[in-house]
Each structure stands twice: as structure tokens, then as C-alpha cells.
Design a protein around this ligand. Structure first.
Ligand code: GTP
Length: 302
């Protein structure tokens, strides 16, 4: 007998009280049945890990709706499709979903299940584990990898991903899309005169101003250094130009804590042309920005 088994006083594979054992599992093991009419229930459900709070397990033995009704709206159709695929092709289900605990709280559940054809329909054998903590940690790490440290804006990587998505939408629906590139004027001078820390503060304050001035659906990011970008969905140039100019003016008039009028920005704008590659759009906005610098700064060029 190993040391471990010596502790339990049992030999390996000696009979255990299975009922007691399953109730102590840090998860739920189950059988899930769907009959030919589509009625679903859990003939077997045991374990303690996934609390299924507020869900009566007895009731699940009669009708799985008691749990399915608590599924997050987005996850419900996804899980139903996974069940359908699994039943049709005999492939395992491997997915995760959110269960509503209250109007504002939910938990995440990972589900694995193996289907088997039964005389009455399809029977799955599976397990569910609460993965809420892992999902929260994952979301925290994702936020970190998407966010610019100094300003809290989307970083370059995230902004380019969002730009790709908006270009795809614009391409599909033929809707307008503007890209704005913004660069602080003579920022080196600000750093040299007031110090790098003050420079950092100007960048954070500028980010705050952009967030305040732009619309909820606009995506604002810091491309790096003193260069920022705003992706403006559903916005043609005729609309984005006055918006950009109002932003430019607000920045020029803002008190950044150093002499007002010291901080100005140059802005380059471009509107997406159907079928144009992303980098061509960026290059056109960049050329406009270069022209704004060249023409004397503190201006918008499209
Ligand atoms: N404080 C601070 N400065 C930064 C940061 N990133 C880049 N910079 C500074 O931004 C300055 C950019 O200088 P340049 O590229 O010469 O441009 P500029 O002085 O803004 O001149 P124009 O763009 O031509 O108007 C440099 O001094 C960089 O050190 C940052 O995170 N914090």
C-alpha cells in the first residue's frame, strides 16, 4: 500500500462510496438526454463544484430548461448549435458559457460531453466546471495586453485589430469610415523645456480630451510616442473633418498646466475607399498628417 493509500486506509481501486465521492467532486458530472421531440433533461447530475446557484437539481432531472433559461443571451444559441452539431455528427461538445446568477452577476462554466445514440434519442456523458476565476484573470490579462500604460487608450496592436474589423464592416455594408491620425506639434520642445514627466502628463491629458470629445463608437488609440489615431465608423470625410477641427481647436485652447497655446496638434484624415488595403488607408492619412505638419502645424488636412 502506498503512503497515500495508507492515509485513506484503502488499497488502490478498492471500492469507494461512489455517491459520496461524486458529491465531493470539484465539478459536476452528468448525463444529459435529448429525446426525438427535442425535450432535454438531466437523468443524472452529481458533484458540487459548479454550484448552479438558484437552480433546483431535482427540476433539472425533469427538464433542462431550468438551467438553459439562465444562460447568457449570447451563449444560448451557441450552446444549442453545439448540442445540435454533437447530436448530428456524434462529435463531443467542448464549450463554455455564462450562467446568470442575478441581474448583474454571472458565472462561467466549462462543459465537456460525449454523445451516445440511445433508443430514445441522444444521451451525453459529461462534466461541467466553474471557470469564473480563470475567465476574470484572462480578461484582466487581455485588457493589459490591449491597453497603453500611460494613457489607458487602446495600444497600437489593439487599434490595428479594431481598424481591420471596421474596414471589414465598411467593406461588407458599403458604409463610410474615416481614419484620423493626430500628432503633437514640437513635442520634443515640450519635453526639453518642461521635462519628461510633464510631457507624460500632457499625453495623458490629451488622451482624456480625445475620449471626451469623440463619440462613444469611435475607437481611440495611441500608436506610439506622441502619435494617436481615431477610427470613426459610419463617418464620411465631410463629417469627420469638422469633428477633427473641433478637436484640434479644443486642444489648442486647453490648459495643460503649461502656458496655454503651447500644445497644439496636427491632424491627417483619410476616408476608406472600398477594397483598399488597411495599410494604404493608413498611408493616405499619414500623408495628410505630413502635409498638415508641412503647412505649419496646428491644422487638419484631408
Ligand atoms: N514625455 C514623453 N515623451 C515622449 C514619449 N514618447 C515619445 N516622446 C517624445 O516625443 C518627441 C517627438 O519628437 P519629434 O519626433 O522630433 O517630433 P516633434 O518635436 O513633436 O515635432 P513635430 O512632430 O515635427 O511637430 C521626442 O522628444 C520623444 O522623446 C512618451 O511616452 N513620453
Amino acid at each position: 500500500m502506498s503512503d497515500e493509500n495508507a492515509m485513506t486506509g484503502r488499497g488502490l481501486n478498492e471500492p469507494v462510496d461512489v455517491r459520496d465521492f461524486t458529491q465531493r467532486l470539484p465539478g459536476v458530472i452528468f448525463q444529459f438526454h435529448r429525446d426525438r421531440q427535442g425535450h432535454m433533461h438531466f437523468p443524472y447530475l452529481a458533484g458540487s463544484g459548479t454550484g448552479l446557484p438558484g437552480i433546483d437539481r431535482e427540476a433539472l432531472g425533469r427538464d433542462a430548461r431550468h438551467m438553459l433559461d439562465r444562460l447568457d443571451e449570447e451563449d444560448y444559441p451557441r450552446l444549442m448549435a453545439a448540442i445540435e452539431r454533437s447530436a448530428r455528427w456524434g462529435i463531443p461538445i467542448a464549450t463554455k458559457f455564462r450562467l446568470r446568477l442575478s441581474s448583474r452577476r454571472h458565472c462561467w462554466v466549462a462543459l465537456r460531453a460525449q454523445p451516445e445514440n440511445a433508443p430514445t434519442g441522444v444521451l451525453w456523458h459529461g462534466l461541467m466546471i466553474d471557470i469564473t476565476e480563470q475567465m476574470i484573470e484572462e480578461a484582466r490579462l487581455r485588457r493589459l495586453s490591449d491597453t497603453d500604460d500611460l494613457t489607458g487608450l487602446a495600444n497600437r496592436r489593439k487599434l490595428l485589430i479594431r481598424l481591420n474589423e471596421e474596414i471589414a464592416k465598411s467593406h461588407r455594408h458599403g458604409t463610410p469610415l474615416s481614419l484620423l491620425l493626430l500628432d503633437l506639434d514640437y513635442f520634443k520642445r515640450i519635453n526639453d523645456t518642461w521635462g519628461h514627466l510633464q510631457g507624460d502628463q500632457v499625453l495623458s491629458e490629451l488622451a482624456r480630451l480625445c475620449r471626451e470629445r469623440m463619440r462613444q463608437e469611435d475607437i481611440i488609440g495611441r500608436l506610439g510616442g506622441e502619435e494617436f489615431a481615431v477610427v470613426m465608423p459610419l463617418t464620411p470625410l465631410v463629417a469627420s473633418h469638422p469633428l477633427a477641427d473641433r478637436l484640434r481647436q479644443a486642444i489648442a485652447e486647453h490648459d495643460f498646466g503649461i502656458a496655454t497655446g503651447q500644445i497644439t496638434v496636427s491632424i491627417g484624415l483619410a476616408e476608406y475607399r472600398l477594397g483598399e488595403p488597411r495599410d494604404a488607408l493608413i498611408a493616405r492619412a499619414d500623408r495628410s498628417l505630413y502635409a498638415a505638419k508641412h503647412q505649419g502645424r496646428n491644422r487638419v488636412v484631408s
